[in-house]
Design a protein around this ligand. Structure first.
Ligand code: HEM
Length: 393
């Protein structure tokens, strides 16, 4: 084995790569469980790609065949039900991991220098993930697939002057139809997962390994100091333990509650002549749906919805405090917890039928944006707690 290793190492830096990026990679010894969500998200990406490759062997991207091909996978293909359920429920686990990963970044100030690029690449991954989930949802060609795609592509008609033409260009037709299904299938299975998300994740980790992980205390650590250990074996085992724990929950849903996160109306084939009573997005889009609905004007919807994500990109400049971690920032800590509750509440509002709780929805949308406007003002009023020394953590 070692002869083979040597043969490869003379031609390709395999051992060097493994040592530098895995086994002896320097990692703060005080990382808590919030630092496990990045690797969990990575594992979900792999699960989605592998199960997706397998599904494409049987799926038919044609409006006359798509719905039945998914039924065929569920009923006739050996273990088709398992692969399809893993793939359909995977996004729930994936988005859950990514949301907690982002929340960790917000709370512990991971977006601050020198990790701005990791943060921005992360946001690009998040936007691509939303596009990926949205396009994948059309593929089973059920009622919610069709009407969800119709409503969301129609948002773009709000763009001044070119809106109407842009929507036709996007759909490839005047209504969502065969050309839309074909292009969504192509993008969902090739460019976005393998090219965009895959490529961005490699860049995300490359940028991370240039500067190293931050830590819950938020202080800069000396690579060779007492608070830094190697990634193996502690963090390999911790990641594996955490992923196994989370996968127990995921597989429980896959095996025992496979319909829990799936929309029942999507078990009916798409019908352009029957609009469902409620067109509700998947849970991971609900807060943005609530933000959109709290704005009365169509162009305002689109600006508010995209703005609510893009504003995250300005965090490294909006948050001027020299202290990273909210542990030592009493005011930011409270406002950030309120922000998390606000996002959960927006999700709840998004789930209600249109027109319910309009004022509370608008108040929650206002706090969402207010949080970012308050951030630059906090250092003027905040009395930060003393930070620990490197040998105290
Ligand atoms: C497919 C999605 C993603 C994957 C696979 C991924 C993977 C990872 C991994 C493995 C780490 C190191 C471990 C950790 O800190 O948890 C990390 C760190 C980080 N990620 Fe992500 N990530 C993803 C999405 C995002 C998103 C959406 C954001 C933010 C908008 C983000 C921002 C960050 C930041 C700032 C760090 C450094 C954190 C620190 O050390 O304090 N990531 N990511």
């Amino acid at each position: 084995m070692s002869a083979l290793r040597e043969w490869i190492d003379r031609r390709f830096p395999l051992t060097e790569f493994i040592e530098k990026h895995i086994t002896t990679y320097p990692t703060p010894k005080n990382l808590n469980y919030w630092w496990n969500f990045g690797s969990l998200a990575g594992v979900f990406l792999v699960v989605q790609i592998l199960t997706g490759i397998w599904l494409t062997m049987y799926y038919k991207p044609d409006t006359n065949l798509a719905f039945d091909s998914v039924q065929h996978i569920m009923r006739n293909v050996n273990y088709g039900w398992l692969i399809r359920s893993l793939h359909a429920i995977g996004p729930t686990g994936f988005f859950f991991a990514v949301y907690l990963h982002i929340a960790r970044g917000l709370y512990y100030g991971s977006y601050k220098s020198p990790r701005e690029l990791i943060w921005w690449i992360g946001l690009a991954i998040y936007l691509s993930l939303m596009a990926e989930a949205f396009m994948g949802y059309l593929l089973p060609w059920g009622q919610m697939s069709y009407w969800g795609a119709t409503v969301v592509t129609d948002f773009f008609s709000a763009i001044p002057f070119i809106g109407a033409d842009f929507v036709v260009w996007l759909r490839g037709d005047f209504a969502v139809g065969d050309p839309t299904l074909g292009r969504f299938f192509s993008l969902h299975t090739t460019l976005i997962p393998l090219g965009v998300i895959g490529g961005l994740v490699v860049m995300h980790l490359t940028a991370l390994h240039r500067v190293g992980s931050s830590n819950p205390a938020g202080i800069d650590l000396d690579k060779h100091g007492p608070a830094v250990i190697t990634f193996a074996p502690s963090y390999i085992t911790k990641d594996l333990w955490f992923i196994s724990l989370f996968f127990t929950l995921y597989l429980y849903v896959v095996f025992f509650q496979p319909d829990f996160f799936l929309e029942p109306i999507n078990s009916e084939p798409a019908n352009a002549l029957v609009t469902p009573a409620d067109i509700v997005p998947e849970w991971y889009f609900l807060p943005f749906y609530a933000i959109l609905r709290s704005i009365p004007q169509k162009l305002g919807w689109v600006v508010a919805m995209f703005g609510s994500i893009l504003i995250l990109a300005f965090l490294p400049y909006l948050d001027r405090s020299p202290v990273r971690s909210s542990r030592y920032r009493p005011v930011k800590k409270v406002l950030t917890w309120l922000f998390f509750l606000d996002v959960l509440f927006l999700g709840y509002v998004g789930l209600q039928p249109p027109g319910t709780m309009p004022l509370l929805g608008r108040a929650a949308t206002s706090y969402y944006f207010l949080y970012f406007l308050l951030l630059p003002l906090i250092p003027a009023v905040e009395k930060v707690r003393p930070l620990p020394q490197e040998d105290e953590i």
